[in-house]
Design a protein around this ligand. Structure first.
Ligand SMILES: NC(=O)c1ccc[n+]([C@@H]2O[C@H](COP(=O)([O-])OP(=O)(O)OC[C@H]3O[C@@H](n4cnc5c(N)ncnc54)[C@H](OP(=O)(O)O)[C@@H]3O)[C@@H](O)[C@H]2O)c1
Length: 272
């Protein structure tokens, strides 16, 4: 597994997304992923699966230092006392004494950024999360958090895949050496049937999904968290790390439409 070094943590570049997986199915998927070698699990209080993930982590009984667990606080819980309550609940459900990364899941119109990051910094200072970060933050919001508040942001988790351009955001994150964690890295499965990606995959004995993942993981400072419930897909996504894309492939991928957003940004402020 390859890692990104950020704010004192080693972030495995390929993680398992868990949105829309719950209960026993989620537990089984996480157990399968851990047995295949995944060491990075992405969840959120919103997903309603932290208990199932906690059960899977307990069963696997891997050394805690080998595991990376990210969870997130929902935008309705961004008052300092609400963050604390949400955090305590997440930790208890996950059966952990600390998480590796705690993210603000979505920005909210009424949020008070200095108070939010003061609270997150305290959780980090107490050793209850090893690092803090954000998701779905625009460049404008990142500038406030990073340049004004000077919060030690370990990542921005945003939608990013072969069919969505994120150039301005990547440029800013690159300047600040902040990793981009790509969610919906398979465009919620749509990449699997794309003819251009299928043709590239055929050339390399790989699938279209593997091509899409390797395109992300070939980029500096990018990690990806594909969700896969089936063991075969989990394994295929790990094996994507071994696919080699050439200049011709990169040119063909550059020609794909780059405006195919899966997640509605109306949840938060407009993107810039
Ligand atoms: N921070 C945020 O606001 C935010 C928003 C959205 C998502 N996320 C995170 O990002 C994760 C990933 O995003 P996502 O779940 O929306 O979409 P995704 O990972 O782009 O796509 C998941 C879909 O792709 C399929 N798939 C997985 N591996 C495949 C393969 N090798 N070949 C063909 N199909 C494959 C899955 O099928 P099966 O499940 O049937 O195996 C599933 O239907 C989420 O689970 C969540 O953890 C974060």
């Amino acid at each position: 597994m390859e890692y990104l070094q950020t704010q004192g943590i080693s972030l495995p570049r390929l993680g398992l997304g868990t949105f829309r997986m719950q209960g026993d199915a989620c537990r089984a998927a996480v157990e399968s992923a851990l047995s295949l070698g995944y060491r990075h699990i992405d969840t959120a209080e919103l997903y309603g699966n932290e208990e199932a993930i906690g059960a899977a982590l307990a069963t696997a009984s891997l050394p805690r230092k080998d595991l990376h667990v990210t969870t997130k606080v929902w935008h309705e819980n961004l008052a300092p006392d609400a963050i604390r309550r949400a955090f305590d609940t997440s930790l208890k459900k996950l059966r952990l004494d600390h998480v590796d990364l705690y993210l603000v899941h979505w920005p909210s119109k009424n949020m008070h950024l200095p108070a939010i990051f003061e609270t997150l910094m305290k959780l980090k200072g107490e050793g209850r999360t090893r690092a803090i970060g954000v998701a779905n933050f625009t460049v404008a919001l990142l500038k406030t958090v990073v340049d004004d508040i000077r919060a030690p942001i370990a990542c921005n988790q945003v939608e990013y895949h072969v069919m969505l351009d994120q150039t301005p955001l990547r440029r800013y994150l690159g300047q600040k050496s902040i990793p981009l964690v790509a969610y919906c890295p398979l465009a919620q499965g749509k990449v699997a049937s794309d003819p251009t990606l299928t043709a590239i995959g055929r050339k390399h004995g790989a699938s279209a999904a593997q091509v899409a993942l390797k395109w992300l993981l070939d980029q500096d400072g990018v990690a990806a968290i594909p969700k896969a419930s089936r063991a075969e897909s989990q394994k295929a996504n790990l094996d994507a790390l071994n696919v080699g894309l050439d200049d011709e492939d990169m040119k063909a991928i550059a020609g794909l439409p780059k405006d195919q957003r899966c997640v509605n940004p109306a949840f938060g402020p407009a993107w810039d």
